[in-house]
Design a binder for this molecule. Structure first.
Ligand code: GLN
Length: 539
């Protein structure tokens, strides 16, 4: 049983400062010093989870092994730490209130008036300590979403204040991430917004222990001194966080600035073992020194907001480094793709990924893109909806099933080649009801998939309601589209391939969620490799 210590990460001045990356980088450094670390994200919105959110609102919905639909920051945590997260790693205000209200209905509060303080704050404190109480971790890093001063963040800041008091200063500290804006006209970095945000924290009774200052320019000693004086911290506790070339540079930048050692000193933990970042740095070297370059099209309907495909973009970075090539991603809107312009829009692509998604918008464009790359023998990876669209394209254009579709799009389609899973038919609620999380998939020996994974049974994460309609499987297989991966218990089709094509793979699951810096996903690695082979075949 470990004596778990807590690091709270708050944000000031603006949102989007990269609290998730700072938290993940700190965790990485502590992990590579030999500490067991996990990270948790508290989100102050009222949705129970981001599963029902439109990706335009909040970017990608990340899925854990245990089937939690979570904030995309959990993806960063897994990619950096190389260990899986779970439901306990992401908590929202909605979930907190739901649980308090459920307890109230059960009569657990014994006639008391149920209030934000103490009932909501107690629930928040319990959720924060849930991971610590497992006894598995030396350090739990808890990132508080939102910006200090937001009304909705108040119960979280109050919970942090109480925990700091209860746990004692050697067991819990606050890292406040803030922005030091640069005024070009004055040629100056400005500390005032940070002073105000720290004041706001202090009004809630929380004194930050460490300031991490996001900045576009180097922060001089004078400015550090000024920040220290007005924000009640020591000068060495003011950490500069310069804009980085890639998020994967941030652990090294934080190490050079001493963030991890300051944290360890404050928590009275040894900083004797230095972090071992050899493998991490090997990855960065390969990432920054590619020997070749491939052009890959990502066809999706949320491409205006690239965060909607965060894990896919990161998986390409990992797979590019593994192949020592630069993957140049082209974001292609599926809505504008037509039979007339598909060739033009996909010109020069050495491979195309068709992205996951929900609903009708943009699906005909995805189908057109797939027709073109199937016919032109361009490597293809279809993920979830992307796989389903490959099935529909093949049904329409090869099997001659005119009007074939998914019942998600057209309920009375004459050829429902993709239809609702049996267990989904009685479900009416949208939230948390899909087929979620890790499921097994058995692979056929003679297949690209088997070559990629090198084993017969794999586990991948899912998030879908619809599936390949196996009534049509015989027809597909006769025509040349094979189901090379199936759920061993239910026979649900997990992978389709076209052996006649150089590299055509569609997967019902989401490989992108499991790709990490130290374990690039083999399917992405193989796909990037296939695009490189395709490029070379054109030379
Ligand atoms: N909308 C499809 C389904 O529910 C695909 C989901 C996805 O791409 N994640 O089955």
């Amino acid at each position: 049983m470990k004596n778990t210590k807590y690091v709270f990460v708050t944000g000031g001045v603006t949102s989007s400062l990269g609290k998730g990356i700072i938290a993940a980088s700190l965790a990485k450094l502590l992990q590579e010093r030999g500490y067991s670390v996990t990270i948790q994200k508290l989100d102050p919105y009222i949705n129970i989870d981001p599963g029902t959110l439109n990706p335009y609102e909040h970017g990608e919905c990340y899925v854990t092994n245990d089937g939690a639909e979570t904030d995309l920051d959990l993806g960063h945590y897994e990619r950096f730490l190389n260990i899986p997260t779970s439901q306990a790693n992401n908590v929202t205000t909605g979930r907190i209130y739901q649980s308090v209200i459920d307890k109230e209905r059960k009569g657990d509060f014994l006639g008391k008036t149920v209030q934000v303080i103490p009932h909501i704050t107690d629930e928040i404190k319990e959720r924060i300590q849930l991971l610590g109480n497992t006894g598995e971790y030396d350090i739990v890093i808890t990132e508080i979403g939102g910006t200090v001063g937001d009304i909705e963040s108040l119960p979280y800041v109050e919970s942090v204040r109480q925990l700091l008091w209860e746990l004692g200063e050697e067991n819990a500290i606050v890292v406040h991430l803030t922005l030091i804006p640069y005024l070009a006209a004055a040629g100056e970095l400005k500390t005032k917004p940070t002073q105000h945000s720290v004041k706001m924290l202090m009004q809630s009774g929380v004194n930050p222990d460490i300031l991490v200052c996001r900045t576009e320019h180097h922060i001089s000693d004078d400015i550090k001194r000024k920040l220290a004086l007005f924000c009640n911290v020591k000068k060495e506790d003011v950490i500069e966080s310069l804009d980085a070339e890639t998020i994967y540079d941030v652990p090294n930048l934080m190490y050079n600035e001493g963030l991890d050692s300051v944290v360890l000193d404050k928590l009275k933990l040894s900083s004797e073992n230095k972090p071992i970042l050899n493998k991490w740095n090997d990855f960065i070297t390969r990432h920054k020194n590619p020997k070749d370059r491939v052009e890959i099209g990502l066809v999706g309907k949320y491409v205006e907001l690239q965060d909607a495909y965060k894990s896919i973009a990161e998986a390409f970075i990992h797979a590019g480094a593994a192949n020592e090539v630069k993957v140049n991603l082209h974001w292609i809107h599926s809505e504008g793709l037509t039979p007339e312009n598909a060739a033009e829009k996909l010109k020069g692509m050495h491979g195309v990924l068709v992205a996951p998604g929900f609903g009708e918008r943009g699906i005909e464009g995805k189908i057109e893109a797939i027709k073109y790359i199937r016919e032109q023998h361009i490597p293809f990876l279809g993920i979830c909806l992307g796989m389903q669209m490959a099935v529909i394209e093949y049904a329409r254009n090869v099997l001659g099933l005119k009007g074939a579709n998914s019942t998600e799009m057209v309920q009375n389609t004459p050829f429902p080649v993709i239809n609702l899973m049996e267990e989904q038919k009685s479900i009416t609620d949208m939230g948390g009801t899909m087929r979620l999380g890790s499921w097994e998939c058995g692979l056929k020996k003679e297949s690209i998939s088997y070559d990629v994974y090198q084993k017969e049974l794999i586990e991948e994460r899912h998030r879908h309601r619809y599936e390949f309609n196996s009534e049509y499987l015989n027809d597909f297989e006769k025509a040349g589209m094979l189901a090379t991966g199936k759920n061993p218990k239910t026979d649900l089709v997990e992978i389709i391939e076209l052996p006649e094509h150089p590299w055509f793979v569609g997967v019902q699951y989401h490989p992108e969620y499991k790709s990490t810096v130290l374990n690039p996903h083999p399917l992405f690695v193989a796909f990037v490799n296939a695009t490189l082979t395709h490029k070379k075949s054109l030379d």
